[in-house]
Design a protein around this ligand. Structure first.
Ligand code: GDP
Ligand code: IMO
Ligand code: MG
Length: 427
C-alpha cells in the first residue's frame, strides 16, 4: 500500500471514517492531522456502529499505531469521554498516541465559542461550539497551551503569567464572561496531565522516523472537508484548520514527500451543517427525501444537515486544492429509489446571466448564483449488496463515469452502504 491521505472533498460528513477504517486494513500508522471534537466520524463493522471525534478511525484494528497529530486541538474532557466509551467496548487502546505539540482547548475557548454563536447578530457561523475557532486563534496568536506544557510546571507557570492577564481582560471586557485564577488553571492542567499521561508520545520524532525508515504504511485521516478549509473553503463559513491534503504535513510531523496518494471522499450528493453558501441546496421535498433516506443528521450536534444535488463545481475545485489523486464516492445507494438524479455542472449569476464553471471564491456573490444542472436517469433498484463494479446497474455506472469525466479524476472506491463490507473497489 502507498501512503495515503483521506480528505473530505465537500463540507464534511462525506463518509471519511468509513473509508479510513477500510484503508486502515493495510496501514501500520494512522494519523489524524487537524480539527478537534467538532468532527463526528462513523464506522460500521458487522452492523455495529462506532462514533469517533478525535481518535483516528483506525483504532478498531489491533496492533496498529493511531497518532493524534500536532495539528489537532483537543478538549481534554471530551477526549477522556471518548476513551472511556472505547474501553467499555473493549477496544485495544495500546496503540493510541497523542502528540505533545497538540493544542489544548481550555474552558474559555468553548465559552467564547458558545458566546459568539449565541450572541451573533449577524455573521453566525453555526459552529459546533466545541471551542475550535478560539483555540486555533490562540494557537496562531501564540498564547495557547500545548500538551507538553502540562508536564513542565515551570513552563506552564511562565506561560500562564503571559496568557492569563490577556485572556482575563478579554473574557471580562469583551465578553463579560468568567475570569480564571492561576491556581484554578494549574489545578485544571494537573487533571489534564493525568488524562493524557498514558497516551502522550514524547518520542514522536523517533516513532515517525522509524515508521518511515522501515517502509511502513502510513494513512492520514482528515476531518471536515475542503469546502470548510480556513484558506480555501467558503470563508468565513469554515472551520479554523486545513482539512486539505496539505494539512496532513503541517499537522503530523511528516513532510509532503511522504505522501503517495490523496483520496477525496465525496457523497453522491452534498450536505452541509451550519451556515454558509450552498448553491445546489434543495429546500424542497427532494432535499427532505435525501435527508431521510441518507439519515443526514449530525453525529456531533444532532443537527439536521442541509442537502442538495452533487456539486461538480466545488468538487472540481476540491480536486485541485485538495490535491486529490482519486475519489471515494459514498452513499450512492441513497439514490436507489430516485427516478432522476442531477449534477450541478456550473453556476449561473442571476444578475447578468454569467456562467461560472470554475468555483468563484468570493462567497458574497453566491446568493446571486443558481445551479445549472444536467439530469440523469436513476436505476430504481437496490444496490446495497453489490460487490463488483460490473454488477452495478448500467445507469449507476453511467452516472459514475460521467462524474469521472467532468472531474477529470478517477473514482477508485464506490460505497453502497455504511458497513465495511458494502464497498466496491473500482479498477
Ligand atoms: P465523516 O464525518 O466524513 O466520517 O462522515 P459521518 O460519519 O459524519 O457521516 C457519514 C454517515 O454516512 C455515517 O452515518 C456513515 O455510517 C454513513 N455512510 C458512509 N458511507 C455510506 C454509504 O455508502 N451508504 C450509506 N447509506 N451510508 C453511508
Ligand atoms: P467531520 O469531520 C460537518 C462545520 C460546523 C460549522 C463550521 C465551523 O465529521 O466531517 P467549528 O465548530 O469547526 O468551528 O464549526 O464547520 N463543521 C463540520 N461540518 N462535519 C464536520 O466534521 C464538521 N466540523 C465542523 O457545522 O458550519
Ligand atoms: Mg462527520
Amino acid at each position: 500500500m502507498a501512503n495515503k491521505v483521506v480528505v473530505g472533498a465537500q463540507w464534511g460528513d462525506e463518509g471519511k471514517a468509513k473509508i479510513t477504517d477500510l484503508l486502515a486494513t493495510d496501514a501500520d500508522l494512522i494519523i489524524r492531522y487537524q480539527g478537534g471534537c467538532n468532527a463526528g466520524h462513523t464506522v460500521v463493522v458487522n452492523g455495529k456502529t462506532f462514533k469517533f471525534h478525535l481518535i483516528p478511525s483506525g483504532i478498531l484494528y489491533k496492533g496498529k499505531t493511531c497518532f493524534i497529530g500536532n495539528g489537532t486541538v483537543i478538549l481534554p474532557e471530551y477526549f477522556e469521554q471518548e476513551i472511556e466509551g472505547l474501553k467499555k467496548e473493549n477496544i485495544d487502546l495500546s496503540g493510541l498516541k497523542v502528540s505533545p505539540l497538540a493544542t489544548i482547548t481550555m474552558p474559555w475557548h468553548t465559552e467564547v465559542d458558545g458566546y459568539s454563536e449565541d450572541n451573533a447578530q449577524k455573521g453566525k457561523i453555526g459552529t459546533t461550539k466545541k471551542g475550535i475557532g478560539p483555540t486555533y486563534t490562540d494557537k496562531m496568536g501564540r498564547i495557547a497551551l500545548k500538551i507538553e506544557d502540562l508536564y513542565s510546571p515551570e513552563a506552564l507557570s511562565e506561560k500562564l503569567d503571559v496568557i492569563l492577564p490577556l485572556k482575563n481582560k478579554q473574557l471580562k471586557e469583551v465578553y463579560g464572561l468568567k475570569t480564571y485564577t492561576k491556581e484554578e488553571v494549574i489545578e485544571l492542567c494537573n487533571k489534564y496531565a493525568k488524562i493524557f499521561e498514558p497516551y502522550v508520545c514524547f518520542d514522536w520524532q523517533e516513532m515517525l522516523h522509524r515508521f518511515k525508515k522501515d517502509g511502513k504504511k502510513i494513512l492520514f485521516e482528515g476531518a471536515q472537508g475542503v469546502m470548510l478549509d480556513v484558506d480555501f473553503g467558503t470563508y468565513p463559513f469554515v472551520t479554523s484548520s486545513n482539512p486539505i491534503g496539505g494539512g496532513a504535513c503541517t499537522g503530523s510531523g511528516y513532510g509532503p514527500t511522504i505522501i503517495d496518494e490523496v483520496i477525496g471522499v465525496a457523497k453522491a450528493y452534498v450536505t452541509r451543517v451550519g451556515e454558509g453558501p450552498f448553491v445546489s441546496e434543495l429546500s424542497n421535498d427532494v432535499g427532505d427525501k435525501i435527508r431521510e433516506v441518507g439519515h443526514e443528521y449530525g453525529v456531533t450536534t444532532g443537527r439536521a444537515r442541509r442537502c442538495g444535488w452533487f456539486d461538480a463545481v466545488t468538487m472540481k475545485y476540491a480536486c485541485l486544492v485538495g490535491g486529490l489523486t482519486s475519489i471515494a464516492l459514498t452513499k450512492i445507494d441513497v439514490f436507489d429509489e430516485f427516478e432522476e438524479i442531477k449534477i450541478c455542472t456550473a453556476y449561473k449569476d442571476t444578475r447578468n446571466g454569467k456562467i461560472y464553471s470554475s468555483y468563484p471564491t468570493d462567497v458574497y456573490i453566491h446568493k446571486f448564483l443558481e445551479p445549472v444542472y444536467e439530469t440523469h436517469a436513476g436505476w430504481m433498484s437496490d444496490i446495497t449488496g453489490i460487490k463488483k463494479y460490473e454488477d452495478l446497474p448500467l445507469n449507476a455506472r453511467k452516472y459514475l463515469e460521467r462524474l469521472e469525466e467532468i472531474l477529470e479524476t478517477p473514482i477508485s472506491i464506490v460505497s453502497v452502504g455504511p458497513d465495511r463490507e458494502q464497498t466496491i473497489f473500482k479498477n
